[in-house]
Design a protein around this ligand. Structure first.
Ligand code: IFM
Length: 451
């Protein structure tokens, strides 16, 4: 039985570059992902986001699709270079119009829009000036944030500054798997600092507009499990948690970096200005948590692997719902959290369209979803103030360096025809939301009769 509160937010999520397409239309400037995908060898299937799900042209149909799932919220991101082609200077009115029409459509369907400002697609012009390695980018970001808040603040339920800054820092600058494709861990640390700073500056710039919308950030997080009780495994697991989770949480909630992580890096290489932490540690209206799996640490050679009792996704990620409970309860114990939203949670499955039935039986995804919703309830019962859940993703889309080879959607996309088909998991989610609503309606009715 659903123990989620009556006013719980039920949503699905996407991001601009992964679904929009229309890469060079109506004045959109190139972003670092356009450059990266057009660099041979970077994307597994050699694809780009030039067309993606063609959402730019099909947004009306897509809003109908969202509504058909009976969710009450939709999380999406704004492509910075669509609304400001060079990341500074001129605004592109056609770009703003697209999002404005999307918002109108969502609101008309009673779906709350949750907007993310940065889901990894930095305008290429800013990259040419140093990208996130340059402090100037933090100012440009704050300027962009304020403009979006001024224009859309009264129509969106929330604005998140960054999505998963860990990915921009580590995968974009530390390992080079993501745009802009730099592979230097020292640069990655500096980038993480600038991302955090830009978050704090953007929050202040948005608050200064007087917007009443809820402001926050979205972090990808995981609990870290040591493979054994050996001192080596335990120490490495602790360090990994400090470097990935606490590295972002501590500056935002405590105003400094975690000492353990600092002790493991050459601090002379990290440039921090006076007042940076003051700027970063801004009060948040919400924290977005993206959870997919835990991190498993083994110092043995070859390393031990998790048992994976519940299996692995098509990305090779272990299905580990208890990790969601552990993570949230751990965060709740360590920090004074604002209301939390699970802004992403989902699984890639090698879905096949059943030619006979025309449907997609993705029971592995349904099982993942059901178990994670149970895990979320368990965290809430232990006192974590969770206000909403967004499944990643609404539909199959461009999965970064995996191209179109991995499918996370509740809706199947046939990329040749752009036909969308709701998968079994989407039907299950709709029924789950319906029964949750019906339960509350029944409770309210019963209460009104006994009052
Ligand atoms: O597709 C991504 C999304 O853009 C950010 N979070 C993880 C998802 C799955 O890899």
């Amino acid at each position: 039985m659903s123990k989620f509160p009556n006013n719980f937010t039920w949503g699905v999520a996407t991001s601009a570059y992964q679904i929009e397409g229309a890469a060079a239309e109506d004045g959109r400037g190139p972003s670092i992902w356009d450059t990266f995908t057009n660099t041979p060898g970077k994307i597994i299937d050699g694809s780009t986001g030039d067309v993606a799900c063609d959402h730019y042209h099909r947004y009306q149909e897509d809003v109908e699709l969202i509504a058909s799932l009976h969710v009450n919220a939709y999380r999406f991101s704004v492509s910075w270079s669509r609304v400001q082609p060079t990341g500074s200077g001129e605004w592109n009115e056609a770009g703003f119009q697209f999002y404005s029409k999307l918002l109108d459509q969502l609101i008309a369907k009673n779906i709350q829009p949750h907007l993310t400002l940065y889901h990894w697609d930095l305008p290429q012009a800013l990259q040419d000036q140093g990208g996130w390695l340059s402090r100037d980018t933090t100012q440009h970001f704050a300027h962009y944030a304020a403009e979006v808040a001024r224009r859309f603040g009264d129509r969106v339920a929330s604005i998140a500054t960054h999505n998963e800054p860990w990915c921009t820092s580590v995968l974009g600058h530390g390992t080079g798997q993501f745009a802009p494709g730099m592979a230097d861990p020292v640069l990655a640390i500096q980038v993480s600092h600038h991302l955090l700073l830009s978050h704090g500056l953007a929050l202040q710039a948005m608050r200064a507009t007087g917007t009443k919308t809820k402001l926050g950030i979205v972090l990808n997080q995981w609990p870290v499990t040591a493979a054994t009780d050996s001192a080596e495994d335990l120490a490495k697991a602790k360090l990994e948690y400090a470097q990935s989770v606490q590295w972002y949480m501590d500056p935002i909630f405590k105003g400094h970096y975690p000492a353990l992580a600092l002790a493991h890096l050459d601090q002379s290489l990290l440039l921090i200005h006076e007042n940076d932490f003051k700027n970063i540690q801004q009060p948040l209206d919400f924290l977005g948590v993206n959870y997919y799996t835990r991190t498993f640490i083994s110092t043995e050679h070859p390393p031990r692997k998790p048992e994976g009792k519940l299996g692995f996704s098509d990305m090779g990620w272990e299905t580990y719902p208890d990790g969601l409970t552990d993570l949230l309860v751990g965060l709740h114990q360590e920090y004074t959290l604002p209301p939390v939203y699970i802004t992403e949670n989902g699984i890639a499955v090698a879905d096949q369209l059943n030619k006979d039935s025309g449907g997609i039986d993705d029971h592995q995804r349904t099982d993942y979803l059901r178990r994670h919703l149970d895990a979320l309830q368990a965290a809430m019962q232990q006192g974590v103030d969770v206000r909403g859940y967004f499944y990643w993703s609404l539909m199959d889309n461009f999965e970064w360096n995996s191209g179109y080879a991995k499918r996370f959607g509740m809706v199947y996309v046939d990329y040749a025809t752009q036909q969308r088909t709701v998968k079994g998991s989407g039907i299950w989610y709709r029924q789950f939301i319906d029964s949750h609503m019906a339960l509350h309606a029944t409770r309210e009715y019963a209460q009104s009769k006994t009052a």
